[in-house]
Design a protein around this ligand. Sequence first.
Ligand code: NAD
Length: 344
Amino acid sequence: MKTDQYSLLKEKLSSKAFSSIFVLVDDNTDKFCLDIFIKKTKIDEFNKITINSGEQNKNIDTCQIIWDKLNAFNADRKSLLINLGGGVLTDMGGFVASTYLRGITFINIPTTLLGMVDAAHGGKTGIDFKLLKNQIGLFSDPTEVILDSDYLSTLTKDEFLNGYAEVFKHSLLTNKKDLNFNSLIKLDFYKDVTFIIEKYSEIKKEIVELDKFESNQRKILNLGHTIGHAIESYSYISSSLNELKHGEAIIVGLITELYISHKLLGFPLKDLQNIKKTFSEYFDVISFSDKDIEQIHDLMIYDKKNEADKLNFVLLEEIGSPVIDQQITKELFIEAFKFYSKSL
Ligand SMILES: NC(=O)c1ccc[n+]([C@@H]2O[C@H](COP(=O)([O-])OP(=O)(O)OC[C@H]3O[C@@H](n4cnc5c(N)ncnc54)[C@H](O)[C@@H]3O)[C@@H](O)[C@H]2O)c1
């Protein structure tokens, strides 16, 4: 990582290029990250907008709160919004900034590992709508993303590991031998985190550069997410499952989709078992009833990434060889959950 991550931002702030500066925080990043941000940027004048944390607040009501505050503080088209938070906050802050007065400049400063390796990059902004994840949104890039692992020291262990779901995903997609899954698991997830943030966020950025608007190659980033998003949304409405974090749901999505990859494309069983075993060292196995599985299937049918009534999956032939636009049967979907639940 660059030595002074903040130099460009400090330059912009001192050049008076912006009529006003807004910093968006949630209750946790207000408490844990704002002081670090102020110390590092030496910013002395800004308006703070605080929202409630959590995926359940990634919705239009919270956007209205932010738009209201921007109005109240007389934001104009030359205002800057700095998003200081995890993936929920950068997704939503990016959406709010891009729609306010037809778009104001925004900068992402991710404060979770998941945000640093994934959510803050690539220009997908948005909110959840009626149970469907990221249903409303637009592609819009931040002018800058600052990656600073100093923010991670206050993250809970669970939230820290949550970020590894997306790191694992990137390691399964890359064909770079020194960064693929088998190389990643040799690293120390805590001591090597700065290296991991730099390298695995780069994998995402390279994929996005090939296909910004997801007409083709970028779809591979949905590995684990077709099933994972449905599980995450389902966990918010179900009385039988606890609410799952994004990363926890993606881990189940990865195992089930890799099982399907094994069945349809011959993804090696040895790798599948090794991946499942590795994940079990960091994430608890979640138990799904037959009814849960049925309902997750129903919810998935409405997934936004599907075209012409087809439910499209990204599958792997082997680590580093993704194949897009694959269809599966409901029977195989159910079988994949049985594989997930079976002890090693
Ligand atoms: N746009 C994209 O391309 C993309 C990619 C992947 C995920 N996402 C989205 O990202 C979201 C998940 O992001 P997340 O896992 O970062 O969740 P999050 O933003 O909800 O953050 C997790 C929790 O950690 C707290 N927190 C954040 N930084 C902290 C810090 N430094 N210290 C202490 N607490 C801190 C937050 O307040 C929150 O309670 C999902 O909504 C998902 O859809 C988007």
